[in-house]
Design a protein around this ligand. Sequence first.
Ligand SMILES: C[S@@+](CC[C@H](N)C(=O)[O-])C[C@H]1O[C@@H](n2cnc3c(N)ncnc32)[C@H](O)[C@@H]1O
Length: 250
Amino acid sequence: MKGYKQVIAERYDGREAQATAAPSRYGLLASTGWYLYARTREAFATAARHMQGQGLDWRQARVVDLGCGGGAMLRFVAELTGDPGRVRGVELSQHRLAAAQRMHPGIAVQSGDLLDLPAAEQPDDVAMAWTVLMHLPTRAELDQAVRGIAASLPPGGWFLWYDTVAADHFQTRPDDEGAGFSLDQFRDIGTGAGLRLEQCLPVLKNVLWRWNSGYLPERGWPAWAVRAAEALLPGTPASALCLFRKPPLP
Ligand SMILES: C[S@@+](CC[C@H](N)C(=O)[O-])C[C@H]1O[C@@H](n2cnc3c(N)ncnc32)[C@H](O)[C@@H]1O
């Protein structure tokens, strides 16, 4: 798998930056983009309720979105906290950073690398990474990133990790730009950094082990049919949101 700096240079600051006018399959006007947005939002809301049930007060919480990209998740978090001033983003691609700043002028978005996190003025109660860790090819980089996140959290702080699910993150082709994780790999990397796994929520599904439900809308499936297929047909998780917690002080 390619290194993350190469992917950022070639993809996010490269072909994506050069093709800003072209419609993207992940844009909100595309059927797949809209479906992914809706499912991600739902998964986030489910996780947010769980954390609230464990005592997190979203109206006081500070939240950082690591690898925030163009800022899709920043919008949800700002709604939930009710105060964009307690939300920040960190992003390494300059093109994506500028897009996030344009979309959310009231939210601080800093340039930064997940492997060498810029220090926060105040600790964040919640750190999240949505389809970002998938870009780190080696176990050493993943351990460094997740240990850094764990170290930055206060006791009792939360880490939300969303990524695609795959058989093995480390078995990829050299030209792959990212790869998912097995549920065991999510758990091992998070707990190896001293975090406690609270739950892993399956989100998208490989329907009949073959079709990732997130991409069925662009094959002409209406959203209701995709949801029915996810609920009724067998298959395996295609993506998961894993909630980790730094153990509270005794
Ligand atoms: C698939 S996009 C996801 C963006 C965003 N999290 C979302 O869900 O819309 C992956 C993002 O991670 C960023 N990224 C990759 N490696 C990074 C790193 N080491 N530090 C900071 N950002 C990184 C990329 O530049 C890109 O914006």
